[in-house]
Design a protein around this ligand. Structure first.
Ligand code: F3S
Length: 389
């Protein structure tokens, strides 16, 4: 492969994997069951990235199930979301290059909700940080946090260098986090992720004090804890797989109600004057969309506010069947499939965003927006009335 016997894309990929393996001291390559590729938005890739992908697409074909992270726009309804024609043309070229490679152009950060679902202990090569954390912690699969190029390289070769979180000795928790704070609503999980990420920087938390958690809560926590500092792996005693085999580490910290309150203060911009509400970071599950539909039915989004529901196209299709799409669109909401508020080219379009996601707040600042985190009820209230309740 390295000598080019399987063509250009495989040779380039092997060069990337060998270089990574040498840097991190990997002794061998291991097979991966699936790949998730980040680096899809033309907003981040630019022309240089597009050129790189086109070169690889000439003879590169993926060897394992491979899905994509969000793109810079809804691939079908980009006009409705106010995306410029020139951007859409370039974004479509990016998607076309990935399609040529044999990748499922699903464009979501929740691939585990649409069929890219590894089994416990399986090695995969994923690159979106929240998805990587979910795969490692909630599913119990094994992946490093890949960059876009190294994930793509793993897809062409079907293998990845065996180092880091692929090795059991590196999956041992090194900080005990006792949670005494009460978690009542979804954004509390984002605030918890903020607190743990900051206090347990670059460590693997072993969390006690949480009795149960729903999928959407874990999804939100995964996005937040890794964004704000910890490694893309955690254990929650009695909740996540593998937690029963771990000893609580000696180093211990506590997260109390006061930490959660402090996290809210740090995540929020004080003067956020909301003109954009975006739910779906990470991408919405069908359950979240059902909740949105219930809260928004027979109401009307304020003419001064844009309201987006970000999700994968497949989850939206479920919402179509269940009638949720019609309810949300009747209220003036828009679906943003295939994309999200962080990777869409939104700079200069909105002043401030309200969202249920701590990660969403962090990344919306990269799009030059102020941000405010709230419960789903608060976000919908502000979308309808223009005011926090
Ligand atoms: Fe997903 Fe975008 Fe949030 S990739 S986790 S919706 S910032």
């Amino acid at each position: 492969m390295l000598n080019g016997e399987e063509g250009y894309a495989v040779r380039k990929s092997m060069e990337i994997l060998v270089a990574l393996g040498e840097i991190y001291g990997a002794e061998r390559l291991i097979k991966v069951g699936s790949v998730q590729v980040a680096g899809v938005s033309y907003h981040n890739l630019g022309d240089a990235g597009l050129e790189f992908l086109n070169e690889l697409a000439k003879d590169g074909r993926v060897k394992v199930l491979t899905t994509l992270n969000p793109a810079g726009m809804d691939l079908e309804n980009w006009k409705k979301l106010g995306i410029a024609e020139e951007f859409a043309e370039k974004q479509n070229l990016v998607i076309e290059a990935y399609r040529k490679m044999g990748i499922i152009t699903s464009c979501t950060c929740t691939p585990y909700l649409i069929g890219n679902l590894p089994i416990y202990g399986e090695h995969v090569a994923w690159s979106e940080s929240s998805a990587v954390t979910f795969a490692n912690s909630v599913i119990g699969a094994k992946t490093n946090r890949e960059g876009g190029p190294s994930a793509l390289a793993a897809a062409f070769v079907g293998k990845t260098p065996c180092y880091g979180l692929h090795l059991d000795e590196n999956r041992v928790p090194d900080i005990h986090v006792e949670v005494t704070a009460s978690l009542k609503k979804l954004p509390d999980w984002g605030a918890l992720g903020y607190s743990i990420g900051k206090k347990a920087e670059n460590k693997i938390p072993y969390i006690t004090g949480i009795k149960d958690a729903e999928l959407d809560e874990l999804k939100s926590f995964c996005a937040s804890v890794v964004t704000y500092g910890s490694k893309p792996l955690f254990y929650i005693k009695g909740v996540t797989p593998g937690s029963e085999n771990q000893e609580p580490p000696k180093e211990k910290i506590t997260i109390e109600d006061a930490d959660i309150k402090d996290a809210y203060a740090k995540i929020n911009d004080e003067t956020a004057d909301i003109d954009f509400v975006c739910i779906g970071c990470p991408h919405c599950s069908i359950k979240e969309i059902a909740e949105i539909a219930e809260l928004i039915e027979n109401r009307r989004i304020s003419p001064n506010t844009e309201f987006w529901v970000a999700c994968s196209r497949m989850v939206k299709q479920l919402a179509d069947i269940r009638g949720y799409t019609a309810i949300i669109e009747r209220a003036g909401g828009k679906f943003a499939c295939d994309t999200c508020m962080a990777v869409a080219p939104l700079k200069g379009r909105f002043r401030s965003v309200a969202t249920t996601s701590a990660k969403g707040c962090y990344y919306s600042r990269q799009n030059s927006m102020l941000a405010r985190i709230g419960s789903l009820e608060e976000c919908i209230e502000v979308a309808v009335t223009g005011k926090w309740s």
